[in-house]
Design a protein around this ligand. Structure first.
Ligand SMILES: *[C@@H]1O[C@H](CO)[C@@H](O)[C@H](O)[C@H]1NC(C)=O
Ligand SMILES: *[C@@H]1O[C@H](CO)[C@@H](O)[C@H](O)[C@H]1NC(C)=O
Ligand SMILES: *[C@@H]1O[C@H](CO)[C@@H](O)[C@H](O)[C@H]1NC(C)=O
Ligand SMILES: *[C@@H]1O[C@H](CO)[C@@H](O)[C@H](O)[C@H]1NC(C)=O
Length: 397
């Protein structure tokens, strides 16, 4: 019953063509609405993906903008750069522009801003055959090089959130020469270790161990490797949907899970409007392998390892039947970590594991009441996070 239900759900998510959501102008329009300007740039990765990233500026600023270093701002899994621009108040990306930073909003392959390729069609399986390993060693590297080349700066700042932290850690350990290109990093909820799964991840772990061929089922159910971009209810707010579903025995528990996940147990959400803004943009496009790569860690011992292709292919690729761990001791670029004390996805215990594993951690901020999404939709962001991040970056100048 359960596998069928999951298959059905995933198929429903796959309902709409991922290309339909490609709107290169959404970020530009939002920036314009707030009195800023966003310029789109195409970055081509060595393996042919074309990523559209956006450079922000403030045309009517009293002072000339961009007198400070570039900042590359990364998004989470199943999200895109729209995450950083849909909120008008307490918007960290825009505040960095106000402080004179040259802000660039990154987009990984597979997002609505990363579905073009020099030779592959996004309708092919080959296109979606990537994980956050490739987001790190290919996409993040190419975007850093593009920004440095375009701005003439030798180094930049990186602000990363969840999966973009994962990709950055992959890059800095696999290609350590990139450490010298980053002045300092800020990480929000750095996803790497899953040694202490909390909340519904317990359930997910049990499910995955009960249905070990879930990855193959997912690929079948989605006709390939793509997770599509919109939930069926994405235009309806959870707080409208869920009371209506209370009497329904199927939807009530699902709603409870979703609202716990998005809003947190002790709600510290900025507003219902913000949550709605989030659910319109999340989930966005992603590959099945990005999710499965995290799942492999959750399912096993929570280690931060390369993708497990099965022992035969692992042996060819890695020279061992088990995938090797990423070598975090190669990371030398300074990192300031922010974790939410109520985050069940990157639990505070796993945040401690990352902090201990990387030698170049400068500071760890544990934000009271914040869960995984509050870094985007939380209230009190200004005092709890934004001011501190800006101070972190300014301390290097
Ligand atoms: C204005 O820009 C100049 C460089 O163009 C910089 O030195 C100065 O600190 C800026 N002032 C403010 C208030 O940001
Ligand atoms: C850097 O910019 C120059 C032009 O300014 C261009 O010819 C070159 O290909 C760029 N290199 C990279 C790695 O983007
Ligand atoms: C996946 O699909 C193939 C054929 O398209 C089928 O042979 C296979 O049994 C399916 N696997 C699962 C787990 O549903
Ligand atoms: C990890 O990286 C460090 C520093 O670059 C190196 O000294 C060490 O040998 C590496 N460990 C492994 C297991 O490759």
């Amino acid at each position: 019953m359960l596998p069928q239900f999951l298959t059905l759900t995933i198929t429903a998510l796959y309902c709409c063509n991922v290309l339909a959501s490609y709107q290169s102008s959404a970020v530009e329009k939002l920036a314009e609405m707030y009195g800023y300007h966003a310029d789109s740039h195409d970055v081509v990765t060595p393996d042919g993906y074309i990523l559209t990233i956006q450079r922000l500026s403030k045309p009517h600023a009293h002072n000339s903008s961009r007198h400070r270093s570039p900042v590359l701002v990364g998004h989470a899994l199943m999200a895109s750069s729209e995450l950083w621009i849909f909120r008008e108040d307490e918007n960290l990306a825009l505040q960095l522009v106000d402080h004179g930073f040259d802000v660039w909003l990154a987009n990984f392959r597979g997002t609505p801003y990363g579905v073009r390729h020099r030779t592959l069609s996004p309708k092919s399986h080959e296109f979606w055959d990537f994980s956050w390993h490739e987001n790190g060693v290919m996409d993040q590297a190419a975007m850093i090089d593009y920004v440095l080349n375009t701005t003439g700066h030798a180094r930049l700042f990186a602000l990363s959130y969840s999966m973009s932290c994962t990709a950055t850690m992959v890059l800095l350990s696999e290609r350590p020469e990139y450490n010298a290109k980053i002045i300092a990093n800020v990480f929000f909820a750095p996803a790497a270790f899953f040694k202490n799964p909390a909340g519904w991840w317990h359930l997910a772990k049990t499910l995955m161990n009960t249905f070990p061929d879930y990855a193959r089922r997912l690929r079948n159910a989605t006709g390939g490797y793509v997770i599509n971009d919109k939930l069926p209810f994405s235009d309806v707010s959870l707080t409208t949907l869920c009371p209506a579903a209370k009497s329904n025995t199927v939807f009530a528990p699902v709603c409870k899970m979703l609202s716990d996940f998005f809003e947190g147990k002790r709600s510290y959400l900025g507003s219902d409007k913000l949550l709605r803004g989030l659910t319109i943009r999340f989930p966005s496009g992603a590959s099945i392998r990005q999710g499965v790569h995290y799942a492999q860690s959750i399912q096993k011992d929570g280690e931060f390892r390369k993708y497990d292709f099965g022992s035969a292919r692992n042996f060819e690729l890695y020279g061992s039947s088990e995938p090797p761990s990423y070598n975090l001791t190669s990371i030398t670029s300074p990192i300031h970590i922010y974790c939410g004390l109520e985050d069940v996805t990157v639990s505070v215990k796993d945040c401690d594991v990352v902090s201990k594993a990387i030698p170049s951690i400068v500071s760890v901020h544990k934000v009271p009441r914040y869960n995984h999404f509050h870094f985007i939709v939380g209230n009190g962001l200004q005092e709890k996070v934004n001011k501190k991040v800006i101070a972190d970056f300014l301390s290097y100048l």
